[in-house]
Design a protein around this ligand. Structure first.
Ligand code: ADP
Ligand code: ADP
Length: 229
């Protein structure tokens, strides 16, 4: 898995309002990082910059030592998988949603891609099969089921970097813990960034960055951070 470096990154959406004030941090290859902080701190902005929805005003972002401006859009998007908070599903089958339209030989292709134990576990626990229609055309999935489909959709691409942007925060605690248990196995040995506002959702993180008003307030392991207060 690749490493991620933010090197003195300055960014704002509007010219007169800076959101990230020279943010620097490093996620070593294969580590599970978490970013916590209050709403509006700039957490999701970090994910958007990594995916190059926006570019920094100054500073650099490196993946595996390479400035992401030097990476083609397609290889950048292949390297990063994002699971957002509220995933929107297509009005189609579960299989279509997971396979992104690889309709024909879908079931076979997906099942091959899904061979990883953690991913099979995600899909096995859905109440219905790949062919089930969801959305307006068919079954209404619960929030947790929808997120399982969204996570599976991201994981079939087998992205070297996984970003979970409040991926479970819309779910009830029990469903959240259930999905987090599965995700724990998925993120092992994979570079990952989990964006969260509750510490309970990032219990498995190797290292935690606390972001406040676009600046790094603290960083450390769980025990290091707990010692601070
Ligand atoms: P967090 O994820 O920590 O809640 P965000 O990164 O989403 O915070 O947002 C950081 C700040 O940037 C907030 O003040 C938010 O209002 C502002 N912001 C986010 N997106 C935009 C945008 N597209 N245009 C202007 N301001 C934005
Ligand atoms: P529902 O309200 O039935 O839960 P969804 O949330 O599944 O509906 O989807 C809302 C609408 O957005 C649907 O018409 C669906 O086809 C469409 N849609 C879902 N995902 C996408 C997407 N990634 N791109 C474009 N349209 C989408």
């Amino acid at each position: 898995s690749p490493s991620i470096v933010f090197d003195d990154v300055v960014f704002g959406y509007e010219p007169d309002r800076t959101i990230l004030h020279g943010l620097s941090f490093e996620v070593p290859a294969g580590q599970a990082f978490a970013i916590v902080g209050p709403s509006g701190a700039g957490k999701s902005t970090i994910a958007r910059l990594l995916y190059r929805f926006y570019d920094p005003l100054s500073g650099r972002i490196l993946i595996d030592g390479q400035d992401i401006k030097q990476v083609t859009q397609s290889s950048l998007r292949a390297a990063i998988g994002i699971v957002p908070q509220d995933s929107v599903l297509f009005n189609d089958t579960i299989g279509y949603n997971i396979g992104y339209g690889r309709d024909g030989a879908l079931a076979n292709e997906i099942e091959t891609a899904a061979r990883g134990a953690a991913l099979m576990n995600l899909i096995d626990r859905l109440p219905q099969g790949f062919e089930t229609e969801v959305g307006e055309r068919g079954l209404k999935l619960s929030g947790g089921e929808k997120q399982r489909v969204a996570i599976a959709r991201t994981l079939v691409k087998n992205p070297p970097i996984l970003i979970l942007d409040e991926a479970t925060s819309a779910l009830d605690t029990r469903t959240e813990q259930d999905i987090l248990a599965t995700l724990h196995r998925v993120v092992e040995h994979r570079t990952s960034l989990s964006i969260a506002h509750r510490l309970s959702t990032i219990a498995d993180a190797d290292r935690i960055l606390v972001l406040n008003e676009g600046q790094l307030a603290e960083s450390g392991t769980h025990s290091e951070l707990l010692r601070l207060d």
